[in-house]
Design a protein around this ligand. Structure first.
Ligand SMILES: Cc1cc2nc3c(=O)[nH]c(=O)nc-3n(C[C@H](O)[C@H](O)[C@H](O)COP(=O)(O)OP(=O)(O)OC[C@H]3O[C@@H](n4cnc5c(N)ncnc54)[C@H](O)[C@@H]3O)c2cc1C
Length: 408
């Protein structure tokens, strides 16, 4: 087939004068316009993050531990079960609210953002879609009140190539026996429930991958070494060890062999929230840069009076807004039940690249002090790196986008 011609036979005049559809459709709203509920929710989380989390950020980063009492506050505020229906003790909120929560928390501490992100957009999201009524009744009330969830897909040998996983599940009548190891599992130190992927029919390849709900106390299950990381140090990342771990048949999530679909679909949604984490982080970096620029004096003026500095701040703000439009659009598409996979990949790819530049620029605006632990931008620069790695590296997002472009 020939490529598109310059002179297309499109009936422009006809299109221009087509009557407006009747009855009048509601006008599309600006992407960043929030409903009254969303505004209130956003303001509440923002206030909480500034007042309750900010004073502990440095200490938690240094200790590499997230304060238990802040996690308890997350539960008390309903942030650990945003979309769970009220009948199960959740908030009956929306995916978009989860995105707003991750953004607001990450503006203060990206570790806080990822804890809430994994709970809502990966674990609960999967249960909302695939759990049986009995599984929902058993786990939602606990996940809404005091149980942290973790999402265990990656292994030492399978990261980007996630479905090459080696953890095996052997069917033994009323239960499965799981053997293998998982790596890089966020929230693992605190979690009570693990959504874990293992292959129950290796001969079927990725079509044998199955999702299991594993309680921390199950025999043969152990949380292993905790990683000593560059950034998001307060968020735990651990190895999991399954040594003849006995999992009841009723703890299979979805069907045997449906795990790859569950993993792909939850990660598509999770990626939007990682985009939100990155916008929040970049916004935090910009706020610090603006306030420092207004105080720091050189050549008898605050550095914010130099156009060179103003332009850097203006470029950061513009890039953040562009990323926010991508992230909010992907989230709104998902909520509208429209395809959003490519948009989610674009949002995560763009927001994480943008945030890395913003965190770097924020350090430069601070000059030498930005390079020290006395100022918060140094931490954001370390935290930001993971945005281009987890829930699919930047290359994996680009592969998703390219597949769509090329019709693969
Ligand atoms: C802090 C942290 C928290 C995490 N939390 C979780 C979690 O909760 N649950 C979980 O399951 N996993 C988690 N992960 C794992 C994460 O999802 C993986 O690290 C990620 O998918 C990349 O896999 P990998 O580390 O094996 O890198 P690799 O897959 O080995 O990639 C190495 C490099 O090769 C590139 N590459 C690989 N394949 C291709 C390709 N086909 N084309 C082009 N380039 C390619 C990658 O882009 C990357 O640059 C976490 C990781 C970190 C660092």
């Amino acid at each position: 087939m020939l490529a598109t011609r310059w002179h297309s036979p499109m009936p422009y005049a006809k299109l221009l004068y087509m009557p407006i559809a009747q009855p009048a459709e509601a006008a599309p709203v600006p992407l960043t316009a929030l409903s009254e509920d969303e505004k209130l929710f956003q303001a509440t989380v923002r206030k909480f993050a500034r007042e309750q989390i900010r004073p502990h950020v440095r200490e938690m980063d240094e200790a590499g531990v997230f304060r238990k009492e802040i996690i308890t506050q997350f539960f008390d505020m309903g942030l650990m079960a945003i979309e769970v229906p009220e009948e199960y003790g959740g908030q009956g909120g929306s995916f978009f609210q989860a995105v707003l929560a991750v953004e607001e928390l990450s503006a203060v501490d990206p570790s806080a953002g990822v804890i809430v992100d994994v709970q809502n957009t990966l674990c609960l999201n999967a249960l909302l879609r695939w759990a049986t009524p009995e599984q929902k009744a058993r786990y939602f009330p606990r996940l809404a009140t005091n149980i942290v969830g973790a999402y265990a897909l990656s292994e030492a040998g399978s990261g980007s190539d996630a479905f090459a996983l080696n953890t095996r599940a052997e069917h033994r009548g009323d239960h499965f026996l799981l053997n293998g190891r998982k790596l890089w599992i966020t929230n693992a130190a605190e979690a009570g429930l693990f959504l874990l992927f293992a292959n129950a029919r290796p001969e079927a390849g990725h079509k044998g991958i199955t999702a299991f709900l594993i309680e921390r106390g199950f025999s043969g299950f152990q949380v292993g070494k905790k990683e000593d990381k560059l950034g998001i140090r307060a968020s735990s990342t651990c190895e999991l060890i399954l040594d003849n771990c006995r999992v009841p048949r009723e703890n299979v999530l979805g069907e045997v062999g449906q795990g790859y679909k569950i993993a792909i679909e939850t990660l598509n949604e999770g990626r939007i929230a990682i985009g939100a984490q990155m916008i929040g982080l970049a916004r935090g970096a910009l706020d610090h840069a603006v306030s420092y620029a207004k105080q720091r004096k050189q050549f008898g003026k605050t550095i914010s009076e130099f156009q060179g500095v103003q332009f850097e701040l203006a470029k950061m703000a513009t890039d953040i807004e562009a990323a926010r439009l991508l992230v909010y659009n992907a989230a709104r598409l998902k909520e509208a039940g429209l395809p959003f996979q490519t948009e989610a990949a674009m949002a995560k790819y763009f927001a994480s690249e943008m945030a890395e530049k913003a965190a770097s620029k924020a350090i430069e605006v601070h000059g030498g002090v930005g390079f020290t632990k006395d100022y918060p931008v140094e931490k954001l620069y370390r935290d930001v790196k993971v945005g281009r790695i987890y829930e699919g590296t930047s290359n994996i997002q680009l592969l998703t986008i390219a597949k769509k472009l090329l019709g693969k």
